[in-house]
Design a protein around this ligand. Structure first.
Ligand code: LCS
Length: 393
């Protein structure tokens, strides 16, 4: 059977594996900075591209290559580009696709640094950006200027959990000749495949659900076509934000259990979301698996599951949220997300603290918003823990 005929879970286990001479069941870690050429001619051929041998680990490496092939298969794309971090992927995309005078339209509630690096650094090089609520595709249409080149969306958005209609955005971009990029970190390719909806480029902070064990930082970009891969790969190489072979091995290892981890985390998440929604001290809960989520139907139509991220606000605002966070005992008070352990954090003072307060408020990142990344512990234990912490408020 050809691998393209395999189901998603079989791909997680078998796809991308580069053959090694000893028949290793797992992808070997090629912990080397450089590769020996067979001859001067071979070295020259590797550099010219007429031979696809390995050269130097910043450029290519068999372990990293295995992850790049696996990621591409999972996202139904052409090829993956593994990066040292999710922010390495963001900068490869911005730097590779935008030039002086270009304009980008982005989801307003993106991961804080994805916005901060554009507003504070790329603006110095003459790149302009607008931040809108992309959960209404009309807002994107209104922002398009002659200089617009890129539509960059995050869905569900970190941390507001608002959902952008992938098909509608891809259609707008097709009509206007724009490039589309989706940050798929909150979903992983198990729950959402933006390329299937017409997106050009998808990327992940693999630090999160894809690796899933809170033990490495990394990123991966998957392009729909060779054209985009050929623009982005040299950018990543020249920025020097390549993934290390050991990091790549860890992600490949973590990915094998993506489906089983995500299924369990989602089972827990819906129970916790309902518990929070019914709790008298909680003002609101945003979770795509709750009927009360404003885009519940859209989420169901483009995601294969609601995921394991929940945002909520305490009736007592920030102070009540702080008391809650200071009193959880099982969940960890920590940033990051998508691991087997549950994590709780406060975006306004932590992950999104460098975004100015007014922009945070406009995009729905209120001071009282608390973000919960649901792990795979026993749901009863997680609920008991949150419940006792809520009692302290
Ligand atoms: N995109 C999203 C949606 C993210 O949540 C993050 C990190 C990144 C990109 C950047 O990836 P990194 O370089 O960290 O691998 N999000 C974090 C968060 O919410 N808490 O801590 C990190």
């Amino acid at each position: 059977m050809k691998n393209k005929d395999l189901g998603f879970d079989s791909r997680l286990i078998h796809e991308g594996h580069i053959d090694d001479q000893f028949g290793s069941a797992t992808v070997p870690i090629y912990q080397t900075s450089t590769f020996r050429f067979k001859s001067a001619e071979h070295g020259a051929a590797c550099f010219s591209g007429s031979s696809d041998g390995y050269i130097y680990t910043r450029l290519n490496n068999p372990t990293v290559d295995s992850l790049e092939r696996l990621a591409a298969s999972l996202e139904n794309g052409y090829r993956g580009i593994a990066c040292s971090s999710g922010m390495g992927a963001v900068n490869t995309i911005y730097g590779g696709l935008l030039k002086q005078g270009d304009h980008m339209i982005s989801t307003d509630a993106v991961y804080g640094p994805s916005r901060v690096v554009m507003e504070k650094h790329y603006s110095k090089y003459g790149v302009e950006s607008s931040y809108v609520d992309t959960s209404n595709a009309e807002n994107i249409l209104k922002e398009i200027r002659p200089q617009t080149r890129l539509i960059y969306i995050e869905t569900p958005a970190n941390p507001t959990m608002s959902i952008t209609d992938l098909k509608a955005v891809a259609e707008i971009a097709r009509q206007k000749g724009l490039i589309t990029v989706a940050d798929n970190t909150f979903c992983s390719p198990l729950l959402q495949k933006p390329i299937d909806f017409g997106f050009d480029i998808v990327f992940h902070s693999v630090t999160k659900f894809m690796n899933g064990h809170a033990d490495i930082v990394g990123g991966v970009i998957v392009s729909r076509s060779r054209e985009f891969d050929q623009i982005l790969r040299p950018m990543m190489i020249n920025l020097g934000c390549n993934m290390d072979p050991h990091q790549a091995y860890m992600v490949i290892r973590g990915l094998k259990t993506l489906s089983v981890r995500m299924e369990r985390a989602q089972e827990n998440a819906i129970k916790i979301a309902r518990f929070l929604e019914d709790h008298p001290k909680v003002a609101w809960v945003k979770y795509p698996g709750l009927e009360s989520h404003a885009q519940y139907k859209l989420a169901r139509s483009q995601m294969n599951g609601p995921g394991a991220m929940i945002s909520f606000e305490m009736k007592g605002g920030l102070d009540a949220g702080k008391t809650l966070m200071n009193n959880v005992r099982l969940s960890l008070l920590a940033v990051s997300l998508g691991g087997v352990e549950s994590l709780i954090q406060h975006p306004a003072s932590m992950t999104h603290s460098k975004v100015d307060k007014q922009s945070r408020e406009v995009s729905g990142i209120t001071d009282g918003l608390v973000r919960f990344s649901v792990g795979i512990e026993n749901a009863e234990d997680l609920i008991a823990d949150i419940s006792q912490a809520l009692d302290m408020v």
